[in-house]
Design a protein around this ligand. Sequence first.
Ligand code: NOJ
Length: 763
Amino acid sequence: MSNNRFLIAYTLIVFTIAFIGCKQKAELEATNKYSNTSVKNIDERVDSVLKLMTLTEKVGQMNQYNGFWEITGPIPKEGNAKMKYEHLKMGLVGSVLNVQGSVNVRKLQEIVVKESRLGIPLIFGFDVIHGHKTLSPIPLAEAASWDLKAIEKSARVAAIEASAVGINWTFAPMVDISRDARWGRVMEGAGEDVYLGSKIGAARVKGFQGDDLAANNTIAACAKHFAGYAFAEGGRDYNTVDVGTSTLYNVIFPPFQATIDAGVRTFMNSFNVVNGIPATANKFLQRDILKDKWQFNGFVVSDWGSGGEMIDHGFAKDLKQVAELAANAGSDMDMESYAYVAHLQKLVEEGKVTMAVIDDAVKRILRVKFELGLFDDPYKYCSAEREKTLIYNAKHQAAVLDMAKKSIVLLKNNKSILPLSKTQKNIAVIGALANDKNSPLGSWRIGSDDSTAVSVIEGLKQYTTNFKYAKGANLITGKASFIEELKINETDKTGFAEAVELAKKSSVVVMVLGEHGFQSGEGRSRSKLDLPGVQQQLLEAVYKVNKNIVLVLMNGRPLAITWANEHIPAIVEAWQLGSQTGNAVAQVLFGDYNPSGKLPITFPRSVGQVPLYYSHYSTGRPGPKDLVFWSHYMDESYKPLYPFGYGLSYAKFAYSNLTVNDADKANIKVSVTITNTSKIAGEEVAQLYIHDKIASVVRPVKELKGFEKIMLKAGESRTITFTLTNKELGFYNNDGVFIVEPGEFEVMIGTSCNEGLSAIFKL
Ligand code: NOJ
């Protein structure tokens, strides 16, 4: 070909490509002109976009990258950041995580919208776990409120804040039922119970997503980690998970199903293997159960690098096989494994992944983007004006304070040492955590600012100046961060003498002890459940000189505080309560708020008992028995320190008149009367448990199947009624079929899983 001819041919090709590109972008824009966003229209719009996409672009939608450069600074010139930037322009990225700020998000969105061929907007993910800028209590603490409205509101506030800085997708709620206190991520869920965890998971989804996902202050939620992540052997994060069918269907799955019923739009799979198959490549979980059986039509994102980790698991030989296995198993979007973007196209060309698999994944992703309204306005979450409202949002601070108060659990109050009198003289406050503005913020707070919590000392100052503070000992040595291992002070006791001297001269000692906020969370498993470092020694040293101690615990998991329970007259579980920690604690200590929380997770007596949970099976050798042949320990009680559902109030409640009406087997009515026998108003969480006595698959000794939180004035009585239907009385057999079996049931209503009135009824 002569040079001229070549030039003409080349120019023609370039023009043709450009023409097709422009035409398709115009077509895409035309598809966005629908104003009615009904589901049918969304599906039509999804199809109309899919039709325009090349295989490369489809694979691009299935790729998610972490944020990667100072977006408002110069464009990256080399390395990984440069590659990601180029991929954005080429339409090879469907989502970005960990980018926030209206300016940053807009910048990235502009690159794909303006520079990629089809301009399909990105969806921006972020771990909005317990608040965003204004921090709520950690999720486990919120669960202790048993207050679904408050929990929903907390998620709502988080969504309002996150959506103001460009985020439109949170990786929450975590609905893993967690029964091993060693596992650091117990802080991120709703605790050990299926029923409570399901209700809370649904409430959080509703809070994040609101009534209208297309509104600019609602964000897509993500139920995670599908599935079994909390059952890591030894409580060691990322470890092997091996669970039986009954546990899978009756314990692990139900909270996920509840989030689907609540409309959750995305799922995240998990790092672990489930019975030998990594969750990310688990076809049974993602296709058979989630997408086929449960008909979930949102999308599944992998966990961070969980695709690539299948090589370490010994399940895939390289990233290409990772892509093949994960995509075929129904993992729609690859978070930071670089497997899909590198290999999926080739795998389709080789026939190892079908176009139908790709189209299904892409449609799911596009659907959520349409539902969020991103095609109508890709910049709708980027508002400098709304962003400004986050600097110090008094309304949001009030909301998280309310949540924080409700999350506190009163564990012990001998001789009514609490509440403290506002005129109490000579109060000693001891413990590094009392003066800490950082640790109470908890673990997941990357959207917020360090050291911004109201400390306990600051909270107490609102009530009294009659206190003195002595630290006693540092909890940590060195810095605390989300990613680095924390160093605990195991030796330095030089501050003990000052604390002991102060305690000697004081009428009452408030000791704030427990875990640092970064001692729980991802990668933070512990093999001990005691007070970390030298805190137990400090507690005992102070106790020697002053027994009048109020122990305020801060922790992200159950602690085995058996010694404290035996010796210390008052114990307040204050978890990590977020931005308003100190104010919430002070209000409880001085009685302006009457504590109403109940434990969402069992507190063991010692670490050797875990996993310890109330809803266990009976075993064939229940006890106690005289001889050794029953299920117990030689050197520790088999009972918990504080059971699930336990929590005191400054008021006192009595239960009476339990009645069961089982005339209508489809709606069995169980009533009880609760009386506030004290002189102050208070809230009680009445809990209903059942026991299916004989079943074709053994059932737990107790299962929560209803609860109601009621406020009772001093002396007031109220009768409440629960209705038990097949939903509460049935269970999944080992074929995954939900069945309801006739027979005898025991029902109990009470103040915790261990205390209440019971009756028998027949189904
Ligand atoms: C890993 C965690 O397991 C997951 O829960 C989180 O959402 C992702 N990282 C993204 O940060």
